[in-house]
Design a protein around this ligand. Structure first.
Ligand SMILES: [Zn+2]
Ligand SMILES: [Zn+2]
Length: 311
């Protein structure tokens, strides 16, 4: 079960030659999910080879650097004779804006576009193995963040016990037990509980979009494997961050620390740090012991289970 996160755009409000405006592509075991769609996102998708087969777009808020790529992407799908519907999830009260954006050039896509208004706490997408919920953020307009939360997964398989205590050789019986089915071995029935531990939590991915540091984000990011947080400014621009309802890298790190996240990715980087964003990384590392990465366009992160299964 792979979860791959590709950063398509990592700049703040204005793009640079190195950073495009905000967009993140998530491939969760073949489900393609797009979070925000800044101008030029479709070209970033080509450039970084993510593919276009998206059925769900999750919009954090309506600022141009997060949505201006929507008309272009839809037009390309139109040219490619897309028939599959696309769902655009967007904060409550912004349906009209999305509609205007889609019809800006006076045409309507030939495929169905479902605009779904979401509020914090809503389960936006409910899939058999995971769900995506909207979370409360604080910006200068209607906004939400998103958390992708996997269901609990199977308990850990105790290979040593299976082999040594019960004498079961590695093979299909292992996967059967791991699936929760008893097996017969040398006239004995072995119950799965004997060799399989309690269910373990699935993975958690959080994308805040633009936001001030928020308690609700800490709560939603508890134990997150990957937290992608607004880190527009360094600490010496803290007042500016507050005035524009963004976070500093240090504030993002405080959120990650309080949430007990494993990895923090700093994104939405101001043009001020176009030459070097080392200051952001250093300040975040001072406040957070987990892994800190500076998001870059084209960067890909695999979100792994902390304890992979092996037989
Ligand atoms: Zn922004
Ligand atoms: Zn914004």
């Amino acid at each position: 079960m792979t979860m791959r996160v590709t950063f398509l755009g990592t700049s703040g409000a204005v793009p640079t030659t190195q950073r495009n405006t905000s967009s993140i592509f998530v491939n969760r075991d073949g489900d393609y999910l797009l979070f925000d769609c800044g101008e030029g996102t479709q070209r970033q998708m080509m450039r970084y080879g993510t593919g276009f087969a998206i059925d769900h777009l999750f919009v954090t808020h309506l600022h141009g650097d997060h949505v201006l790529g929507i008309p272009g992407l839809l037009q390309t799908w139109d040219f490619n004779e897309r028939e599959r519907p696309i769902a655009v999830h967007t904060p409550a009260g912004t349906r009209g804006n999305i509609k205007q954006l889609i019809q800006a050039n006076g045409t309507t896509p030939s495929f169905p576009v479902r605009i779904n208004e979401v509020s914090a706490g809503d389960v936006v997408l409910d899939r058999p193995e995971y769900e995506i919920r909207a979370i409360e953020t604080a910006h200068r307009c209607a906004s939400v963040g998103y958390v992708l939360d996997e269901d609990d997964r199977k308990g850990k398989f105790d290979r040593e016990k299976a082999e040594e205590k019960f004498g079961i050789p590695p093979g299909p019986k292992y996967s059967k037990l791991h699936r929760g089915e008893p097996v017969e071995h040398e006239g004995e029935t072995i119950q799965p509980e004997a060799v399989v531990g309690p269910p373990r939590p699935g993975r958690r991915f959080v994308y805040t979009g633009d936001t001030l540091p928020k308690e609700s984000v800490i709560e939603a990011s508890e134990g997150a494997d990957l937290l992608v947080h607004d880190a527009t400014f360094a600490e010496d621009r803290k007042e500016r961050a507050k005035a524009t309802a963004h976070s500093t890298a240090r504030e993002a790190a405080d959120v990650a620390r309080q949430a007990g996240a494993s990895t923090l990715a700093l994104t939405h980087i101001s043009t001020r740090y176009a030459a070097s964003a080392d200051q952001l990384v250093d300040e975040a590392r001072d406040a957070f012991d987990g892994e800190v990465v500076l998001a870059e366009d084209g960067m890909e992160r695999r979100v792994e289970f902390p304890d992979a299964d092996e037989y």
